[in-house]
Design a protein around this ligand. Sequence first.
Ligand code: COA
Length: 286
Amino acid sequence: MITTRAIELSPEGLRRSAAMLRAAMPRAAHMDDDFLAWQYVANPVGPALGLEAFDGDRLVSHCVVQPLIARLRGREVRGVMSLNAATLPDYLGRGIYFGLAEELYATARASGYAFGVAVTNDKSTQGFVRRCGFSLVRPLEARIGLGPIPRARREGGVDFEKLWSDKALAWRLSPPHLRYRFERRDGSVRVLAPSGRAGIEVVLGEVPGANAPNVAAVAAPPRSWGSPLRLWLGLDQRIDWRRSLYRNLPLFARPSPLNLIFTEFGASTTLDPQRVRWSGLDFDDF
Ligand SMILES: CC(C)(COP(=O)(O)OP(=O)(O)OC[C@H]1O[C@@H](n2cnc3c(N)ncnc32)[C@H](O)[C@@H]1OP(=O)(O)O)[C@@H](O)C(=O)NCCC(=O)NCCS
């Protein structure tokens, strides 16, 4: 019989969740209890909320959301972001994960969170849409190319963007499993991560000048890797890519569609993708 329990954020609970995630997801070799303690416990906005499904004593499905603060149509609100969605292979397709997700999103809503957001793949997007009230905003742009990334210069209103306090940014920039590289330019700092593919570096985003001193205090590792090809993930209409050497990867050429999905609890409206700012820093792929 399948039973449900709240996730345990103790070292032992995190060790058990991490072992299950490594068994369920091909790209989860870096997920150990230290990594989950960083993602789930150390987040300055608050600890993760989650539910897990057990078959007897065996953990078979893991459903977690991470709190975040965003500006949503001019208001600063708290929401939750889904990450690390996983069910063990033997238990797939029985409604287990989205049963947990439905219950978890109802709890998040009842606890006063205003919205849910996630970047999902082919396996999970429809479940979030059908069972948890999400809408597809649009697949993120995945621009690959060479040379400088155009700066965000165009004007444009914004309905949704994640907000980073200095403390939250310091936490985000110091994951236990890798060290980001920082590039300073005109007082702002660009954050780069290894992509896992030889020759490609991921541009996670740019931190405004005012935050630059704090970023320097977090870490400034020497350049030990780097590459000419860069991948930029996100949505930002202020960037004019036309004269750059970057092209958006078509969906068929991507390992995942990187669907940005969103739900505002108690509202039926969705987001206009032209009025959303989202970057690689705002989610958990790198
Ligand atoms: C995404 C993932 C967590 C879903 O887990 P799951 O437990 O299989 O999810 P569910 O069974 O609740 O739903 C998946 C599908 O099963 C089917 N399903 C749902 N309820 C069912 C039921 N009661 N009986 C039979 N099938 C059911 C549906 O086809 C459902 O898809 P849809 O509702 O979107 O059409 C799982 O595929 C996984 O671990 N994937 C690998 C890691 C990954 O890609 N994570 C996502 C990162 S964004």
